[in-house]
Design a protein around this ligand. Structure first.
Ligand code: ADP
Length: 180
């Protein structure tokens, strides 16, 4: 599924974030930036040990913030590492921090002159954020950003399985009824 937001494209695909050829891919990291499972583990395995070496120099990242490194052996030139909230039940704070993770990732990308970014479904794996709610917050935040800033021309959500893709498609139809 693909929609236009102003002069930019927002796209949902099923796939593996480590294989994306966008200028940047986003890592659902943890606050230490020293590696983990899920997307983080897959990105570090594909990028090679130099990525961890660069991450060690950064001194971590707060929940809801984002930092950028090079992509090393990845197809993407950059990795934007962001930290989503650990989900402990519905709360305005969890939603605010998830929104901030997407927003700060976009700001960091824009500051580097990046034109295309691929995102995973932040916080929906080991951090436990329900896909239905997380997908809605993710899409709302990105759509809002793309309406306000047109420098980033492509945002691609790369969903790991059919269930995640369907959750994002349902949320996008809710947000963009003209497409359904
Ligand atoms: P978090 O700790 O933020 O929850 P995870 O890495 O555990 O991060 O999971 C985030 C989401 O990424 C989950 O929906 C998971 O299924 C998905 N995922 C795991 N590996 C990949 C991958 N290689 N590409 C894209 N998405 C992935």
């Amino acid at each position: 599924m693909k929609i236009k937001i102003g002069s930019s494209i927002l796209e949902l695909v099923q796939g593996d974030i480590t294989q994306q050829d966008t200028d940047a891919i986003v890592n659902a990291a943890n606050r230490t930036l020293l590696g983990g499972g899920g997307v983080d583990g897959a990105i570090h395995r594909t990028a090679g040990p130099e990525l961890l070496a660069e991450c060690r120099t950064l001194g971590g990242c707060d929940t809801g913030d984002a930092v950028i490194t090079r992509g090393y052996k990845l197809k993407a030139r950059y990795v934007i590492h962001t930290v989503g909230p650990v989900y402990r039940g519905p709360s305005p704070n969890a939603e605010r921090l998830l929104k901030s993770a997407y927003q700060r990732s976009m700001e960091v990308a824009m500051a580097k002159g990046i034109r295309s970014v691929a995102f995973p479904a932040i916080s929906t794996g080991s951090y436990g954020y329900p896909l239905k709610d997380a997908s809605y917050v993710a899409l709302l935040t990105i759509i809002d950003f793309l309406w306000n800033y047109s420098e980033i021309k492509l945002v691609r959500f790369v969903l790991f399985n059919q269930r995640a893709l369907e959750a994002f498609e349902t949320s996008l139809k809710r947000l963009n009824p003209a497409e359904s």
